[in-house]
Design a protein around this ligand. Structure first.
Ligand code: PLP
Length: 464
């Protein structure tokens, strides 16, 4: 460990501790414990202020898809900031990178999803999707189609509307979120479904439940279905076979707009630029994306819509009405330049193909952790996995929350040079997509050691 001489660590730590309001933070201990400070990064690795170099198997927050330290993206950002740092995105003004990126995203998106509305990130992309859907049904003479279908444990963002559509109940406590009319169906959480159904039988159950929900609400009242192709924050839940294609059929029959939330799964994480249709046959009408669009180098989100929705938007909702939605920083030319450079790297280095080639190896390594006493389930797709830790494998009983099982394992991993994300009883991996075989070996060896070390601690504390 060597401290970083450029920075005054205590000063930074105190400034942050006393003044920062971070998202997703436990404030019961934050003012005492403060934040970890990261100072630099390269490739798969970040370095903290104490000089510890850590393999970031969380890819920032599921976003640094091409890895850190890409001069090409940095140079594109600097060049664009010098040339034109801002362009008014409203009233039909654009900039060269925004125009190029719009066409590039439309080209990568499936089917006739050819029209792109930019925003600041994933939450705003999902929020904008809802506004577009409302406008779509209002302008096409179906103002009663307003209900939203979502899933238990879904995560769609932190703006008021997107948070309201989320299905993670505990995240809503204490907030008076607007009622945007959301109804929930079950998550594809095979490991813990009450009837212990598997594979096709579980798929049948979920599809029947979806069909019954549509029938009971009345399709004439349902506007849309929001769904992450692989649910991320809800626990990396991969749908069972046929699930999305069958649900898509029900949606098409009943004119229910499918919003594929590809904020995490987009741009290579599941081995395709967009996984919703290519991997899961979801046939979306709208895709929201962010994160991997710029690999996190700058903030940018996008809502990609079908020609059918675009046609309706071109019809004024009232005489002389214009499209009254927009964010100042949407289409930001510097962010668009970063996205173009990022996609260039992905295409040149065939990064989605790397995920396709190495995902089975990563999966087989992680699956082999199932021989450990506390590893109850390993699941995921592409380069997106969760390990579910349990106190008893037979009953699937969880450790009491105060044990902080995910945190303990993540702490052991960090001490060994690996960042994984703790989430309650889970540990989540979402590494840069440039991972090589030997990096997977390091991740696997470190995880195994960390879980074994945690098991040792628990045994010593009589918790196992
Ligand atoms: C599936 C999904 N949708 C939306 C969001 C929100 O994106 P942002 O944090 O960029 O607003 C996230 C963030 O993690 C996400 O995982």
């Amino acid at each position: 460990m060597k401290s970083n001489a450029i920075y005054d660590q205590d000063d930074l730590w105190n400034k942050d501790r006393l003044h920062a309001v971070h998202g997703w933070t436990d404030y019961s201990n934050f003012r005492d414990q403060g934040s970890e400070i990261l100072v630099e990064a390269d490739g798969l690795y970040v370095t903290d202020i104490n000089g510890n170099r850590l393999l970031d198997a969380m890819g920032g927050v599921w976003c640094v898809n091409v890895g850190y330290g890409r001069d090409e993206i940095v140079d594109a950002i600097a060049a664009q900031a010098r040339r034109l740092p801002f362009a008014n995105p409203f009233r039909a003004t654009t900039s060269p990178p925004a125009a190029q990126l719009t066409a590039k995203v439309a080209q990568l998106a499936p089917g006739d999803l050819d029209h792109v509305l930019f925003s600041a990130g994933g939450s705003t992309a999902n929020d904008a999707a809802l506004r577009l859907i409302q406008l779509y049904f209002n302008t096409t003479g179906r103002p009663d189609k307003k209900q939203i279908l979502s899933r238990v444990d879904a995560y769609h963002g932190s703006t008021s509307a997107s948070a309201s559509i989320c299905g993670i109940a505990q995240n809503k406590v204490g907030f008076d979120l607007p009622d945007v009319g959301t109804r929930y169906v079950s998550a594809p959480y095979e490991y813990r479904n009450p009837q212990n159904l598997q594979g096709q039988a579980f798929s049948d159950f979920l599809v029947d439940e979806f069909a019954e929900t549509v029938k009971s609400i009345g399709p004439e009242k349902i506007a849309c279905f929001y769904a992450e192709p692989v649910m991320g924050m809800g626990g990396v839940l991969v749908p069972p076979p046929g699930y999305f294609s069958r649900i898509a059929e029900i949606c098409k029959e009943n004119d229910i707009i499918i919003v594929a939330d590809e904020v995490v799964t987009g741009f290579g994480r599941i081995g395709e630029y967009f996984a919703s249709d290519a991997v899961f046959e979801m046939a979306p009408d709208i895709i929201s994306c962010a994160k991997g669009l710029t690999s996190g180098y700058l903030p940018l989100g996008a809502t990609i819509i079908s020609s059918q929705i675009m046609d309706a938007l071109q019809t004024p909702v009232a005489e002389g009405a214009t499209f009254t939605h927009g964010f100042t920083y949407a289409e930001h030319p510097v962010c668009c330049a970063a996205a173009l450079a990022n996609i260039d790297i992905m295409e040149r280095e065939r990064i989605p193909e790397n995920v396709q080639a190495l995902s089975p190896y990563l999966k087989s390594k992680l699956d082999s952790l199932l021989d450990l006493d506390i590893v109850g389930d390993v699941r995921g797709a592409g380069f997106m996995f969760a390990i579910e830790n349990v106190a008893d494998k037979k009953t699937k009983a969880l450790f009491p929350a105060p044990v902080g099982i995910g945190q303990r394992i993540a702490k052991h991993a960090r001490d060994r040079g690996l960042i994984i994300r703790p989430g309650g009883h889970l540990n989540i991996l979402s590494p840069p997509l440039t991972l090589k075989r030997e990096d997977i070996d390091f991740i696997f060896d470190t995880l195994r050691e960390s879980i074994e070390a945690t098991q040792g601690d628990l045994a010593r504390e009589d918790l196992l």
